[in-house]
Write a protein that binds this ligand. Structure first.
Ligand code: GDP
Length: 433
């Protein structure tokens, strides 16, 4: 198996956890390259659900070494809790490592995230208040605290002192809130350092050596393409590079390590938080059907996800930017029982028709031009062969391929590991075996 990267092609929650889990079985390394504990992957194995936020999904397999890469921001409290949760159910966490260069989320990051969102009122981004944005801001401002700083207490002390001083000015003067105690924060993080020091490594040479030794590497994305800091629906985005391009900067590998660019899309769309969502469904019956059947509630925050029809304008843009050569469609089973399905094929903005995804959606009234497809009644969640799918279901799937000019490799029809339909055997064998 060559090096693979998995990315979500929409606004997140596409079911990346399930696919990462399927691919992890044959992987030696699973590497996270961006995001923080604001994301959540759910994996369903034999009536057990695992929700992972920072630790790569490969942790479920004892053969896999998991690395949290330089592009990730880590809240140590949350990371340690996740390790404990996994240990408590008997999962081996001895091969979970944090890259030296990953940045650390601090208590003032969480508070500033929260205070800023509150002060924005209706214009709030809809963040998870986990401090991810402020952690990346400090990274770019070159004042951030990195995982390797936890290994040097003197240095850690000085850095925390400087940062708390700086952030207290913001907290007290701009947000009019009480200041934080530097001593308390230092002692808290000193304790985290004691718990984590064995896991903090310089992973770069290790990953490169693994590649030279022809080990199987899997790079696991969090959030998704339309939340990318550069190419997403700015400013309603996440502060990291969620694209396949982000793999290189976020894990220290060159682009020519990568061979399979695996994109995951739901058979419809969802979006959690605020921001543009052209195909959003306002028909309560249809919306309820998708939300309830699809269990469309955030795995990190339990927030209700907004539901929409499949948006091929957005999906084509995502596939293009990410160089997707392997497309996986998930949650097709959720659409069973709807009379009519819609797919957005063009946008109309100020009376003009667009097939391209706009660089700015703010303040624009985007109308969707939909094609309608007859639905199907049958439960498809136990179907294993593509040919056994209802005719209308196949029409829906084949239209997606035709529009995107891409072959769908796998269709997921349930949350369990084995609820899949292989659509393209050759590509499936190349990637999954
Ligand atoms: P991720 O962040 O992209 O990994 O997505 P989540 O894990 O937050 O959400 C996906 C949810 O859908 C999880 O609960 C999965 O178990 C579930 N899921 C994944 N694929 C399918 C599918 O094909 N059908 C159904 N019904 N559920 C699925």
């Amino acid at each position: 198996m060559p090096s693979n990267v998995i990315v979500g092609l929409q606004w997140g929650d596409e079911g990346k956890g399930k696919i990462t889990d399927l691919l992890s079985k044959n992987s030696d390394y699973v590497i996270r390259y961006q995001g923080g504990n604001n994301s959540g992957h759910s994996i369903h194995v034999k009536n057990r659900y695992f929700v992972l936020h920072l630790i790569p999904s490969g942790v479920i397999y004892p053969n896999v070494t998991c690395i949290v890469g330089a592009g990730v921001v880590i809240d140590p409290k949350s990371f340690i809790q996740e390790i404990k949760n996994l240990e408590s159910i008997g999962i081996d966490v001895s091969k979970v490592f944090i890259e030296h260069r990953a940045h650390i989320t601090m208590p003032y990051h969480l508070l500033i995230d929260q205070y800023r969102e509150e002060s924005l009122g209706k214009k709030a981004i809809g963040t998870t208040h986990r401090g991810i944005g402020p952690t990346y801001e400090d990274k770019i401002a070159r004042i951030g605290i990195r995982a390797l700083d936890l290994l040097d207490k003197k240095n850690l002390y000085k850095k925390i002192q400087y940062n708390v001083h700086l952030n207290n000015a913001l907290i007290t003067k701009i947000y009019k809130k009480p200041p934080l105690s530097f001593e308390e924060i230092y002692h808290e993080y000193e304790e985290y350092a004691n718990l984590l020091y064995k896991r903090i490594i310089d992973s770069i040479y290790r990953i490169h050596r693994a590649f030279q030794e022809k080990k199987n590497l899997l790079f696991e994305g969090a959030q998704a393409m339309l939340l990318d800091i550069n190419y997403g629906t700015y400013p309603y985005v996440t502060p990291s590079s969620t694209t396949t391009g982000g793999v290189c900067t976020g894990s220290g590998i060159p682009p020519n390590f990568l061979e399979n660019f695996i994109g995951i899309s739901k058979a419809y769309c969802t979006r959690v938080g605020n921001g543009p969502f052209p195909t959003e469904i306002f028909n309560q019956n249809v919306n309820n059907h998708i939300q309830k059947k699809g269990n469309e509630y955030g795995s990190t925050t339990q927030r209700i996800r907004r539901c929409g029809w499949l948006d091929l304008v957005a999906l084509k843009y995502s596939c293009m930017i990410n160089g997707i050569n392997c497309l996986i469609v998930t949650k097709l089973d959720i659409l069973s029982g709807l009379n009519v399905l819609k797919i957005c094929v063009k946008y109309k903005i100020h009376h003009k028709i667009f097939k391209n995804f706009p660089s700015d959606m703010q303040g624009k009234k985007i109308e969707c031009i939909f094609l309608e497809f007859p639905g199907w009644k049958e439960d498809i969640s136990f179907i294993k062969e593509y040919d056994h799918l209802p005719k209308n279901c196949k029409n829906y799937v084949e239209y997606i391929e035709k529009y995107l000019q891409l072959k769908i490799v796998l269709i997921s029809v349930g949350s369990e590991r084995n609820q899949n339909i292989i659509k393209n055997n050759q590509l499936f064998n190349k990637i999954f075996s």
